[in-house]
Design a protein around this ligand. Structure first.
Ligand code: NAD
Length: 244
């Protein structure tokens, strides 16, 4: 099993879904973990919760400084906080574009900027961004969300190039549809939730949704010293959707 003994990790959006599964797995593998979320009150020990809104620079700077102080540094940053949007370019108003890009793209920029000075002091520094298969799949009814994740993919590659000489690796995971509260909300909003679930299952060649734990395992690997020669990559965790 992958060991993260002695490493210090920050996970954004870690109070739910993929982020929570990741925080729990990193902790189980020996890391000390701080979670940054809008509402970290549901978290239990040993996870450390910090209130932060990734769309607010001052709140990010405070939370990252607080987490680094409590942990005694930062080796691993998982930029996972994100929000969804459905619709075509005909549907989403400018304000919604600004909001989703502010959280999904600039959120990564803000948290990374605040964490970089700490990551530079680490001998095993790694950033893992939660991207999505939407970055490359051309999914219908996901124009804004796909554009935001396309930016996350490009940003991951650019950051990998910028920081490789500093010893900081930057990768992302591209999940397919993952069983999380987010998908629960999507199904609740559908006209026919069971037909929608069947459609989501059918979209993945494995015939089922991805589990949050499976995405967490990919993130834990990319964050670990075992992946020391891997940077600037996107690892699909999508039940085969992306193909080879
Ligand atoms: P989720 O809604 O279960 O969890 C998201 C978490 O992020 C929540 O705890 C929420 O409070 C937090 N968050 C949202 N906005 C925030 C902000 N401004 N500041 C701080 N925290 C904030 O969702 P999830 O399904 O676990 O998604 C997590 C990530 O995975 C997202 O980036 C999403 O785009 C990506 N993703 C999800 C799926 C999927 O099918 N569920 C697929 C591909 C990618």
């Amino acid at each position: 099993a992958i060991s993260l003994d002695g490493l210090k990790a920050v996970v954004t959006g870690g109070a739910s879904g993929i982020g929570l599964a990741t925080a729990e797995l990193l902790s189980a593998r020996g890391a000390q973990v701080a979670v940054l979320d809008l509402d970290p009150s549901s978290l239990t020990e040993p996870l450390l919760g910090f209130t932060a809104d990734v769309s607010d620079d001052a709140s990010v700077r405070d939370a990252v400084a607080g987490a680094a102080e409590r942990l005694g540094g930062i080796d691993i940053l998982v930029n996972n906080a994100g929000i969804g949007a459905t619709g075509t370019v005909a549907d989403n108003p400018d304000e919604q574009w600004h909001r989703v890009l502010d959280v999904n793209v600039l959120g990564i920029v803000r948290v990374s900027r605040a964490a970089l000075p700490h990551l530079r002091n680490s001998a095993h520094a790694a950033i893992v961004n939660t991207c999505s298969i939407a970055a490359t799949a051309g999914l219908p009814q996901r124009a804004l969300y796909s554009a935001s994740k396309g930016a996350v993919l490009s940003l991951t590659l650019a950051m990998a190039a910028d920081h490789v000489r500093e010893g900081i690796r930057v990768n992302c995971v591209n999940p397919g549809t993952v069983e999380t509260p987010w998908v629960g909300r999507l199904l609740d909003a559908a006209d026919d939730p069971s037909a929608e679930r069947a459609a989501l299952n059918a979209r993945q060649p494995t015939g089922r949704l991805v589990t949050a734990r499976e995405v967490a395992a990919a993130i834990a690997y990319l964050a670990s010293p075992a992946a020391a020669s891997t940077t600037g990559t996107a690892l699909p965790v999508d039940g085969g959707m992306a193909g080879l």
